[in-house]
Design a protein around this ligand. Sequence first.
Ligand code: HPA
Ligand code: ZN
Length: 340
Amino acid sequence: MNLINLATHAPKAELHLHIEGSFEPELMFEIAQRNQVKLPFASVEEIRAAYDFSNLQEFLDIYYQGMSVLLVERDFYDLTWAYLQRAAADNVIHCEIFFDPQGHTERGVAFAHAIGGISRALADGQIRLGISSKLIMCFLRHLSEEEALATWEEAQPFLSLIDGVGLDSSELGHPPSKFANVFAKAKQAGLHLVAHAGEEGPPEYVWEALDDLQVTRIDHGNRALEDEALVARMASENTCLTVCPLSNLKLCVIERIEDHPIRDMLNAGLLAMINSDDPSYFGGYVNANYHAVINALDLTRSEIETLLRNSFIGSFMDDSDKAEALAKLDAYVTQARFAK
Ligand code: HPA
Ligand code: ZN
């Protein structure tokens, strides 16, 4: 079996996926029409043509505009269900997805509508597609910590549906330490903690995410490689890095896909794995991300197997589910060695 097919058909987990970033233009138009909301684009082609970004902020401006057509529970259900079907086609058997409640509540959409639709689709994903999932609520770092704390309070009636909290949006100028209090509350409530860091921001932001927020997983983390002591620490603590190659390319974190640091991360002993981030905006779902780095970096069979294994090891599955998923992957990898 060639290595592209190996990655394509392997059971895998996706741990860095913004559900609002999986919003395909076709569905965006359908929901806009249903809700009688006007989009500033005339066609699907016009929307796709606007997806040309030179940094994170340029993407975020369009991302918030896109999600503004989501108004009621059904919209969030349809969005999430569309992602799950696409993920199933890529042989994702477990996903941990982000949502941005402040991107909705600040437009007057009820927190209950957003989380209700998303979690109902996730439950259906388990039953109808066999995909297990976790839900991670992100705070928008360009807003204040007071606003994050208000969102934390709003989330209280729904805590049984929330597995973790994260931090996303504009990184530069918004260090993790700004959110130490709200993360302390989430930790006390027993939630998992993650944060975007080192995508555009400096290694100091990764240190802060680890020390001040106490996260156990770093989303992106590319710039951690600039700091040897930081790499050594994350390697020794088995801190997972949720890496997003096509996102990095589209947002100009790297110039060419051949420059992607995924192999350097593995060679440094980091628990890196592959994700799609915002697949509708960045040109591909998780398998397309595997394919991009396999082709550009000529990854070996062993490197690909490590990335796939890391996708489960870095997850928040409980120990028995994790062992079962890893056994499934091992069985797949073993038979793939003998397959044509
Ligand atoms: N980085 C920061 N914030 C985001 C991203 C990202 O890649 N995607 C959606 N929100
Ligand atoms: Zn992200």
